[in-house]
Structures are given as C-alpha cells and as structure tokens.
Write a protein that binds this ligand. Structure first.
Ligand code: 5AD
Ligand code: SF4
Length: 498
C-alpha cells in the first residue's frame, strides 16, 4: 500500500473532457495514497483543472490563485498545481502571475502529475510539463507531445455509478478562427477502437449503463486498424452490443462530418441516443466564413434536414457565439432566424471572447460592445427557451423510456431542509444516491433523446430504464409519472416511446 500522501483538493472548470481528466487524475492520485477533501483550507495539494475557451474562466482561476498566496505562506509544504488548457496556453506566465504556484501541467502531460507533485513536495522548486506549441515542430512531432491520458479507472470517482465518459479522441485540427482549443489540446488524434472497446467493457463490468463518447469533433473520429478504416459509425457498431450497456451518446459533432453512415448507425442501433449536438455557431454566411467553420448556412440547413429526415424523433442541439468581431445586427438576426427554423432542443450561447493565440484576435478588433453582446445573448436565450418550452409542451401525453440517474437535486435539497418533500421542481442535475430515504421521491433521468425527465419513484430505480408518461414541462425539463405494469396491461395503445 502506498504511503499516506495527504489531502487533495481539486477544482474543475470547463467541458466534459476536463471533467473526465479530473476524474482520472484523482483516481490515480488516490491509488497513490492521496485522500480527497472539499475544504481547500485543509489541503496539502491543490489542483486547478482549467479552461481557456473564454476569458472569464481564466480570470476566475487567476483570482483563486491570488487568494492562495497567504495559504501557501501558512503551509509551505503545500503543493499548488495548474493543469489543463490554461496551463498549456499560459505556461511560464502562470508562474509570473502567481509565483506561489508549484506545477504547470498541460492537457497532453497529465500522466506526469503524480511524479511532479512528489518532486515538488520533496525537492521544492517549480515544475512545468507542457506539450509543443503547434508551430514548434512538424504535425507528427507536436502530436507526439500530446498524449491521450487513459489510466485505469476508479468506479468510486465517477459522478454517477451508472454513467461514464469515454475519450475516443483528443485535439482538434479545425482551427476555427475564434477558438483556442487546437492550441491547448493539440492535433486531432483518435484512440484505437480496440482500446475503446476494452474500456467500455470494463466500465460495463463496473455497472455503467450509459457511456458518452468524447471528442472535440467526435464525428471526425478516424483510425485505421488491421487494414480497416474505422469511422465513428464503425466504432458504434463495434461497441453497441457490450453486455450491460443500455445507452451510448457522443459529443460534440462537427457539421461537415455529419455523414450518412453515422446517421444510419444512430437510426439502426437501438442503444444509441437519439440526440445530436451539432454546433452551428452562426446563421450568417459572412460570419461563418470569418469563423472559418467550413460550411455555409445553406449547408448547415441541408445537414439539419437530412438528420430530420433520417431520424424523425432525434433531438438536435447547438452552440452559438454572439458578438464576434464584425457581427452586425443583420448577421445576428440571421442567427435568430436559424434558431427559429431549426427549433433546437437547446442551444448553448456564448458572448465572443477574444483569445490570445487565435487568428481572430490578430485579424480583427473586438468591435461589438459588451452591452450589445449581452443583449444579444439574453435575447437569443429567451428565443431558444420559448422554442424549447413550446416543443416540450408538444410532448405532453407521450411516453419516454428514461434511464434513471438518481434523486433530483431539488428533492435532495428539499429533503435536507424539511425532511421528505417531493414537490415538483425541475432540475437538471444528478445527485448522489446516499442516504436512501424511505418511499418514493422525485427522481431525475434522461430520455433517449436526451431530455431531462423528473418523476416520483423509488430511489432503488437508479440505473434502470423506466417508461414515464409526460404530464407537464418547462423549457428544460419534462415532468411525468412512471407507467405502472397495471396501466401497461389495461391500455390498448400507449403513445410512442422515444
Ligand atoms: N468566445 C466565445 N465562445 C467561444 N467558443 C469557443 N471559442 C469561443 C470564444 N473565443 C464556444 C463555441 C464552442 C463552445 C464550446 O464554446 O460555441 O462550440
Ligand atoms: Fe474549436 Fe472549431 Fe475545434 Fe470546435 S471545431 S474545438 S470550435 S476549433
């Protein structure tokens, strides 16, 4: 058994890839004798897993680091580390801005973390492990310097026992002009199908029911193994009959790579979620060109129509950036038009944030004032919410197959505050499953088309598939009740199960 290595505090911001990285780093450190704490004050090791996609995510980390200056003075043995995208992007700058930081570890060097913490504690002095910048070598050299981090997994470290993220590729080669990811996560590299299938099997053996395959542009997945080309559709075919796995999702898709073979796999393999996140980013051709997204609005529309035709029940969601340099009122209105036309299940909307290292920051001034960005963001969000609510209302009366995730966050809060209160409050968050209260409580889960569904039931249903008939909704949540066996036998024709 390894030595006791003290208490570890970790804070994670950003995307699902970061959540997975943190889960894996913590699992590895726990194996080496670290124990987790939620209290930064009692931590011997403090790690920040960072995001660089927008400025304010970095800002928050720098101010948190600033506050730790005094904590480090009080505990000189404390090790403070910055890992992830901001570490790869800012490198030495982190030490300059926060001299009490000991470690800077980029996204492609995460396996070095245990060794570097140990060295920092015992030998003192700063340590940095980062990958090559994209201009510092050939594509192959830079790719080699970014290593996919896939150590053994620890089931107790997953946010939910029934769900797991599985990395299928790292990096991005699309170079959208606003985006820092190709720099912070390096060249696009797909993991071998064999490794992924093995990992999914291990997860299923640990009780996982739903896997979410992760990649920055997950549908660009491409590997040649044993002389055969594996695309995402082939990978899905390879893993879909893993015993124990009920659902397979994948995020995030790149519109140009939404090929028919993939749509057919989603249509024909029952375990695959009827949900596609395919960010449009803008509904204006001039802006898409400026973003270097590689498609026109017409091409996005054509792709969208193809999805609707092949997969009629499939939910589609998107991302939009408002207020990028040069976005006129007319350009912005075209994005609203696209939202009205496509009627996305939901959209993630972001105010443009100029990022060092991107083409956009070098080429164009950030010329849309912040109050205009804010106004566009709010207006776009309320349009999207209105559409989401209208479309959810159309689903009242339908029955959905729901994978139960656990007790809803609001039910848990209510229980904590007043005992067993099972009032109907929408929630999009999963709670952990202990302690188990007696009788039915409000549970939360997701339909096959990725809609959040809340309903009353026994917490023991967590991890199973149940049929829920919808009776009410908000923009983000469907509310309903479990179809009982009795109902199933009495009713001659149940509405569609999606
Ligand atoms: N400013 C604002 N939003 C951005 N995104 C990526 N880069 C930026 C930026 N510089 C958004 C895109 C992407 C999502 C993850 O973040 O919409 O799809
Ligand atoms: Fe960034 Fe574009 Fe790659 Fe997405 S596809 S990660 S927006 S560069």
């Amino acid at each position: 058994m390894p030595d006791h290595n003290g208490k570890l505090y970790i804070e994670t911001v950003g995307c699902q890839m970061n959540m997975l990285d943190s889960e894996l780093v913590v699992a590895e450190l726990r194996q080496q004798g670290f124990s987790l704490t939620n209290d930064v004050k009692e931590a011997d090791t403090i790690l920040f897993n960072t995001c660089s996609v927008r400025d304010h995510a970095e800002h928050k980390i720098y101010s948190q680091l600033g506050r730790l200056k005094f904590s480090k003075r009080a505990r000189p043995n404390q090790v403070i580390g910055v890992m992830g995208c901001m570490a790869q992007k800012d490198q030495e700058l982190i030490f300059n801005r926060a001299p009490h930081v000991d470690l800077v570890v980029g996204t492609g060097q995460l396996k070095e973390i245990p060794r570097l913490i140990d060295e920092a504690r015992h030998q003192r002095g700063r340590r940095m492990a980062v990958s090559l910048d994209r201009k510092e070598g050939s594509r192959a050299e830079v790719a080699d310097s970014f290593e996919s981090y896939d150590p053994a997994r620890d089931p107790s470290m997953r946010p939910s026992p029934y769900q797991a993220f599985v990395r299928i590729m790292i990096g991005c080669d699309k170079f959208c002009t606003y985006c820092v990811v190709p720099m912070t996560r390096g060249p696009e590299q797909s993991r071998p199908p064999r490794e992924i299938a093995h990992e999914v099997k291990l997860l299923a053996g640990q009780g996982v029911k739903e896997v979410t395959l992760l990649g920055q542009t997950v549908n660009s997945y491409k590997v040649t193994q044993d002389g055969k080309l594996f695309r995402l559709s082939d990978l899905l075919e390879l893993i879909h009959d893993t015993p124990g796995i009920d659902r397979i999702k994948f995020v995030t898709n790149y519109p140009r790579d939404m090929t028919d073979d993939l749509l057919h796999a989603v249509r024909d393999i029952p375990k695959i979620a009827q949900y596609l996140h395919v960010p449009a980013q803008s509904g204006c051709d001039e802006m898409l060109k400026r973003m270097k997204r590689g498609y026109t609005v017409g091409e996005y529309r054509e792709m969208h129509a193809r999805i609707r035709e092949t997969l009629p029940g499939c939910a589609i969601s998107s991302d939009f950036i408002v207020g990028m340099c040069g976005e006129s009122e007319t350009s912005y209105q075209k994005s609203l038009d696209l939202i009205r036309e496509c009627r996305f299940k939901n959209s993630f909307i972001f105010k443009y944030s100029p990022r060092p290292g991107t083409k956009a920051i070098d080429l164009w001034a950030d010329d849309v004032p912040d109050d205009v960005k804010r106004h566009r963001n709010n207006e776009m969000l309320s349009l999207q919410n209105r559409i989401s609510e209208e479309d959810n209302a159309e689903l009242i009366g339908s029955t959905f197959q729901v994978l139960v995730e656990g007790i809803s966050k609001s039910a848990r809060k209510a229980q904590a505050a007043e005992g067993n209160d099972d009032s109907f409050l929408p929630s999009d968050a999963i709670s952990d499953l202990t302690p188990e209260p007696p009788g039915p409580v409000q549970l939360v889960g997701r339909s096959r088309c990725d809609r959040i569904v809340v309903f009353n039931g026994n917490p023991r249903l967590a991890g199973s598939l149940v049929d829920v008939t919808i009776s009410d909704c908000s923009a983000t949540t469907l509310m309903g009740s479990i179809v009982t066996l009795e109902q199933q036998h009495c009713e001659t024709s149940l509405p569609i199960v999606l």
